[in-house]
Design a protein around this ligand. Structure first.
Ligand code: SF4
Ligand code: SF4
Length: 392
C-alpha cells in the first residue's frame, strides 16, 4: 500500500474531482481537517537547533497539543506589531483589500482543491482577521462584526496549514487591482509561525543544510568538486572536448553560481553541463565556488532574516575571490531573492563593477545595482550579436 508521500497513494479520478461547493459553516468556524497526504511534515528538532530557532521539539501535525511555548499569543502579537512597523508593504496589505475577488480563482491551490481558504483573498484574511481584532479600533470594539477574531490555537493550526499551501508564486498579485502581494502575506504568516518553532521540514532541513554546507543538499566542498569533475568527464565522453573547471579561482572575471539542484539530478545536471560547455566555447574567465555553492535560497520560504543569512555568502565570496561581477544560473526563487532583496539585504556591493559582457561589450545597466546577471540575459545578448554558432 502506497504512503501519502508516494504518487501511487493518489487516484487520478480523486485528483480530478474538485468540489467547489463551500462548506456550510462560515470560514471562521470551519476547522482545519488534517488528513494523511494533505499536510506537510513539521520541521525536525535537529534542524531548528542547527539554526538556533525557538521551541525545537519533535511533534506531529496530527497531535492535539502542538507544544506551543509559554505566552505564545503575546509572542505572535508582538511579532506582528514589530513587522507592521518594519514592513510598509505588510501594513498596506493588511489595510487595503476590498474583497473584489479578482484574485480568487488565480491560485493553483484553490483551483486544485476547491477549498475557499486557498483563495488568495481568504488566505490573507486568515492573518488580516487577527490584525483587525488587535491592531484596529473597529476590530477592537466590534470584533467579529468588523471582521476580527481572537488568536487561538485553531487559528495557528489554520495558518500552518494554509500558509504552507502557498508557493509564494505571486500569480495572484498580478491580477489584484491594488497590487496586493499575497506571497508577502504568506511570508509574514510563516515568520510569525516560526516564532513558535512551527516550520515544515522540507523547507527547514534544506535551510539547515545551507547554513552548514553552503547548499541545500549538504554537498561538502570536496563532494562538489567531485561532482563537477564527473560532469567534465561526461562532457568529454560525449563530445571529445575537455572543458575547464575553475573552482575558487581568485581574480577570475566573474563568479558563477546556480541552484544546487543543478548538481544532482536530471534535468539540472544537463543544464549544469551546458553552462560549462558554453563558458568553455566562449573562453570566459569565470569560477565556481565551493563556499557560495547554492544560489537557491529556502530562506525565502522561512523568514527575511533567514533569507539574508543564506544569501550573505554570495557577495562575501565575490569579494574574497576578487571577481568583477556575478553571473547566475536559472532558478525562480533564487532570482526573486536577487532581484528583490539581495542588494538592500547584503549590499551594496560597491566593490563589484557594473556587469559588462566580455564577449559582446554590452553593459547590463539593469544589473547596475545588484551586479548580478541572469544566464539567459547574458546568452541572449551573445546570440543577438552573432557570437555563437548555433546548429539550427
Ligand atoms: S484582487 Fe486584491 S483587492 Fe481584490 S480580493 Fe484579491 S487581494 Fe483583495
Ligand atoms: S502567491 Fe500563493 S496565494 Fe498567490 S497564487 Fe501563488 S500560491 Fe496562490
Amino acid at each position: 500500500m502506497a504512503k501519502p508521500d508516494e504518487p501511487g497513494y493518489y487516484k487520478q479520478e480523486d485528483l480530478l474531482s474538485v468540489d467547489l461547493q463551500p462548506p456550510r459553516t462560515g470560514w471562521m468556524d470551519t476547522e482545519v481537517d488534517f488528513r494523511p497526504g494533505n499536510f506537510i511534515y513539521p520541521g525536525k528538532a535537529k534542524n531548528l537547533q542547527v539554526l538556533d530557532l525557538p521551541n525545537a521539539r519533535e511533534w506531529a501535525v496530527t497531535d492535539i497539543d502542538w507544544q506551543l511555548p509559554e505566552a505564545w499569543q503575546k509572542t505572535i502579537l508582538d511579532g506582528m506589531a514589530e513587522r507592521l512597523g518594519k514592513y510598509r508593504s505588510f501594513k498596506l496589505f493588511m489595510d487595503t483589500c476590498v474583497r473584489c475577488g479578482a484574485c480568487a480563482d488565480k491560485c493553483h491551490f484553490f483551483i486544485g482543491s476547491g477549498d475557499p481558504k486557498n483563495m488568495p483573498v481568504l488566505r490573507a484574511e486568515l492573518l488580516r482577521s487577527i490584525y483587525r481584532k488587535d491592531f484596529t479600533a473597529l476590530g477592537k470594539v466590534f470584533g467579529k462584526m468588523a471582521g476580527g477574531r481572537k488568536l487561538t490555537e485553531e487559528v495557528i493550526k489554520e495558518w500552518f496549514y494554509y500558509f504552507y499551501q502557498c508557493t509564494e508564486c505571486r500569480r495572484c498579485s498580478v491580477f489584484c487591482p491594488f497590487g496586493i502581494d499575497t506571497a508577502e502575506i504568506t511570508m509574514m504568516g510563516r515568520e510569525l509561525l516560526g516564532l513558535l518553532g512551527l516550520y515544515v521540514n522540507w523547507v527547514i532541513e534544506p535551510v539547515a543544510n545551507c547554513y552548514k554546507f553552503g547548499n541545500h543538499l549538504a554537498i561538502q566542498p570536496h563532494g562538489l568538486v567531485d561532482t563537477l569533475e564527473f560532469m567534465v568527464g561526461d562532457i568529454e565522453e560525449a563530445t571529445g572536448i575537455k572543458v575547464d573547471l575553475p573552482i575558487n579561482k581568485k581574480g577570475a572575471e566573474i563568479l558563477f553560481f546556480t541552484p544546487s539542484g543543478d548538481f544532482v539530478a536530471d534535468p539540472g545536471i544537463y543544464t549544469c553541463m551546458a553552462y560549462m560547455v558554453l563558458f568553455h566555447e566562449l573562453g570566459i574567465d569565470y569560477t565556481w565556488s565551493t563556499y557560495a555553492s547554492d544560489g537557491g535560497n529556502f530562506g525565502l520560504f522561512t523568514s527575511h532574516e533567514m533569507m539574508k543569512r543564506l544569501n550573505a555568502k554570495i557577495y562575501s565570496e565575490a569579494e574574497r575571490l576578487g571577481v568583477k561581477w556575478i553571473l547566475g544560473g536559472e532558478c525562480g526563487h533564487m532570482w526573486r531573492v536577487i532581484n528583490q532583496y539581495m542588494d538592500t539585504m547584503n549590499g551594496p556591493a560597491d566593490f563589484l563593477e557594473i556587469p559588462k559582457s566580455m564577449v559582446t561589450g554590452t553593459v547590463f545597466e539593469r544589473a547596475s545595482s545588484t551586479k548580478v546577471v541572469h544566464i539567459m540575459e547574458f546568452l541572449a545578448d551573445i546570440i543577438h550579436h552573432g557570437k555563437l554558432k548555433l546548429d539550427p
